[in-house]
Design a protein around this ligand. Structure first.
Ligand code: HEM
Ligand code: SF4
Ligand code: SF4
Length: 689
């Protein structure tokens, strides 16, 4: 079994269990994308509230958040917790949504667009979350600030290591912090734009979950916020390195990896998996079903296909074949998912036609309607008795077993592809006693809208209708996801029973428009269902409250302290400035002639660090700038045992062959978790403090 098939099976099981507990309208598995939107709005509203009371200067930040959390726990405190837990929930929902789309293979062919635009959404979620933790300015924020900077410094993006902004209290400035506040506000706005692009090819995209589901999810998050409010860790103090920090494992799992594997390996993993994710739609095995094709002589430009296409693949263009209609359907093969819903919508798709070949205004290559009519006739010949059932099923929901002589099953890409006139045809010609549409779970059509269009067409709420003359008790719908086989079996059995009990069909009898027969969904009794909902919500929310800061990450072994080398220094120029000789001046172009010749290039600096006579570090650092004329920067971190020790640092900045230009030795008594920084000052030279 392929990994995808295994995942498909797992998701089918989960979908089925949720359908029984939540009922089909509330099934969260059917509306993960919409739940993502809902959580986004919770995060936005709570974020706006927090921002009103938030002090954006780094010195007042921590206190302002403490005040929000404790002084107004009944409002600000809940908002803060909702902000955090809904953000964590968004990671969970987006990842499950991604896996489910993968398991259902809704990423290949023209589905690539939603998939590819989903990948940066994941990135946006992480940028928002990480910058959010930064803003609290507690010890976790301190860890996030330094580790994020060290990760970013591993990329060749910045001229000077940004980690130096957070190296100790003295180096700290508002500058970087304000940037974080800006990013934390701008990133969600950009994310909203990408969320909109993500669903832009979906007609009637579902961006709101069922109201009841929204209420219980918000209720569960609020309850979690009350029982287990989100709190800050101790305030940041860059002069110490807290040995342990409570990490949000939804947002920060890559950070400990940076310590274990190194920044380069973490980037390789992140960028590699991002790239793989983005390329998945094009990796083998590739399948590209053929797009719907318009047959102009049969198209009258009625626009029904345009209205029903779930993927916005049809537009209406000016007529170009000289027929006396105003417009014609035009399919964009780059957007068509080959679902066939347009075929089901086309009024010219009628099997009663005797003149000429059966050909509709729009058809799916590989699934011609003429062939379908033929298959129906052949299937009818295999049926006998008084409850002959003809089932039209898609390949995505629970299977239907054909029973020789009594149940004939015909497969279509989507049940919404069957034009209502075909149902009329089967019943009117007595090819079967009843017709059943057997599709995916209700509200979870693989092609998004098939179940809805089928029900509306039968009920006379949507063109083209199923004619009044077709008795609705002979037409049934059965919506059941892959694992809901019991539901399917029950639907088929109950429908056959109904058919067997019906009086013989009378031709010409006056009928009324009505909905198709739909048997009650197989669910659990109400108390069991509510218990199931409670368990599902607990399984969803409790981990949010636990893994948002547990288990704590030990970033420093006990009894250790940290020594950082952090400075920026302009070394001496390689060639000292000297007056040019008259000959040298004459050799220059007139506009380049200056009295003093100063090549800009500087020496690299060489640095050594010794601890108790043992070499901890030696490194050469190039000057910045295209011409090697800027200052060279040194940033390195060492975990050392606490206690008294002698540190010696040396620097050569003049390119000399031997010896050093600067040297300092100091005996320090480091306490555990202390952060000691070795810097450089133009007046004092190397400093250890
Ligand atoms: C915040 C994150 C996300 C939100 C809010 C979101 C939202 C949505 C929504 C509302 C839909 C349309 C559902 C419908 O009406 O049928 C959708 C579909 C989809 N999304 Fe997402 N999504 C997110 C992340 C992702 C990610 C990370 C991926 C994968 C990389 C992804 C892949 C897809 C795919 C493949 C579809 C269905 C496309 C189809 O039917 O052709 N989404 N998403
Ligand atoms: S087959 Fe489906 S996606 Fe393609 S044009 Fe018809 S309705 Fe739209
Ligand atoms: S539904 Fe049929 S007739 Fe109407 S515009 Fe589409 S292809 Fe043409």
């Amino acid at each position: 079994m392929s990994p995808r098939a295994l995942m498909r099976g797992l998701f089918d099981g989960l979908d089925g269990a949720c359908a029984r507990a939540f009922g089909e309208a509330w099934n969260p598995m059917y509306q993960l994308g919409a739940l993502g939107w809902f959580l986004f709005w919770i995060v936005t509203v709570s974020g706006v509230y927090l921002y009103i009371f938030f002090d954006t200067g780094i010195t007042g930040t921590y206190e302002s958040i403490e005040a929000i959390t404790h002084a107004q726990w009944w409002a600000g405190g809940i908002m803060r917790s909702l902000h955090r837990y809904a953000s964590d929930a968004m990671v969970v929902v987006a990842v499950v949504h991604l896996l489910r789309e993968f398991a259902r293979d809704r990423m290949r062919g023209n589905h690539w667009f939603a998939w590819l635009t989903g990948v940066p959404l994941l990135g946006f979620i992480y940028v928002c979350g990480i910058t959010g933790y930064w803003l609290v300015w507690d010890t976790l924020a301190q860890y996030v600030a330094l580790t994020s900077s060290e990760l970013l410094d591993a990329l060749p993006l910045f001229g000077e290591p940004i980690a130096r902004n957070f190296v100790n209290q003295a180096a700290l400035s508002d500058r970087f912090f304000t940037l974080m506040v800006l990013i934390h506000i701008a990133a969600p706005l950009l994310m909203l734009l990408v969320m909109w692009i993500h669903i832009s090819r979906h007609a009637r995209a579902r961006v709101n979950p069922a109201r009841g589901l929204g209420v219980v999810v918000l209720g569960a998050l609020t309850l979690l916020s009350l029982l287990h409010p989100a709190l800050s860790q101790p305030p940041a103090d860059l002069d110490i390195v807290p040995a342990t920090v409570g990490l949000d494992w939804f947002y920060l799992p890559a950070y400990p990896l940076a310590a274990l594997w190194g920044e380069g390996a973490v980037w390789a993993l992140l960028l590699g998996s991002g790239l793989l994710l983005a390329l998945l739609p094009w990796l083998p095995p590739r399948r590209t079903p053929r797009a719907a094709v318009v047959d102009l002589p049969n198209c009258n430009g009625c626009a029904r296909c345009f209205a029903d296409c779930p993927f916005g693949a049809i537009t209406l263009g000016p007529r170009d074949d000289g027929l006396a209609y105003e417009q014609q359907a035009v399919v964009d093969p780059g957007q068509c998912m080959s679902c066939g819903l347009c075929v089901g919508a086309c009024p010219t798709a009628t099997p009663f036609r005797t003149a000429g070949e059966l050909q509709a205004g729009i058809e799916l290559p590989g699934h011609p309607l003429a062939g379908l009519r033929e298959r129906i006739r052949q299937a009818a010949e295999t049926l006998s008795g008084d409850s002959r059932l003809m089932v039209f099923r898609c390949g995505h929901g629970a299977t239907v077993a054909s029973a020789p002589g009594s149940v004939a099953v015909l497969e279509l890409p989507c049940v919404g592809m069957l034009p209502p006139s075909f149902v009329d045809y089967v019943i009117a010609r007595r090819l079967a006693d009843g017709v059943m549409f057997a599709g995916c779970g209700r509200g979870d059509c693989h092609f998004r809208l098939g179940d809805r269009w089928v029900e509306e067409r039968i009920a006379g709420e949507r063109d083209p209708w199923l004619r009044e003359r077709v008795p609705r008790e002979r037409v049934a719908v059965s919506w059941a996801g892959g694992a809901e086989r019991a539901q399917r079996r029950a639907d088929v059995a109950r429908f056959r029973e109904t058919l067997a009990g019906l009086p013989p069909l009378v031709r010409g009898g006056l009928r009324q428009l009505a909905a198709a027969t739909r048997f009650a969904p197989v669910t659990w009794p109400a108390p069991v269902r509510w218990a199931g909902i409670a368990v599902a919500l607990a399984l969803f929310t409790v981990p949010l409250g636990v893994w948002d800061n547990w288990p704590a990450w030990r970033q420093l072994a006990s009894g250790q302290a940290v020594v950082r080398l952090s400075f920026s220094h302009a070394s001496r120029p390689k060639v000292e400035c000297k007056p040019l000789t008259p000959q040298e001046l004459a050799a220059l172009k007139p506009n380049m002639r200056r009295q003093v010749g100063c090549p800009r290039e500087r020496w690299p600096i060489e640095v050594e660090l010794e601890r108790d006579g043992e070499l901890l570090y030696t490194g050469e650092h190039r000057p910045a700038g295209l011409w090697d004329d800027g200052p060279a920067t040194v940033y390195a971190r060492f975990d050392v045992p606490a206690g008294p020790q002698s540190l010696t640092v040396r620097m050569r900045d003049s390119g000399r062959a031997e010896g050093f230009d600067y040297e300092r030795t100091e005996t320090v008594d480091l306490v555990p978790e202390q952060n000691l920084v070795i810097g450089f000052d133009t007046l004092e030279g190397l400093v250890i403090r």
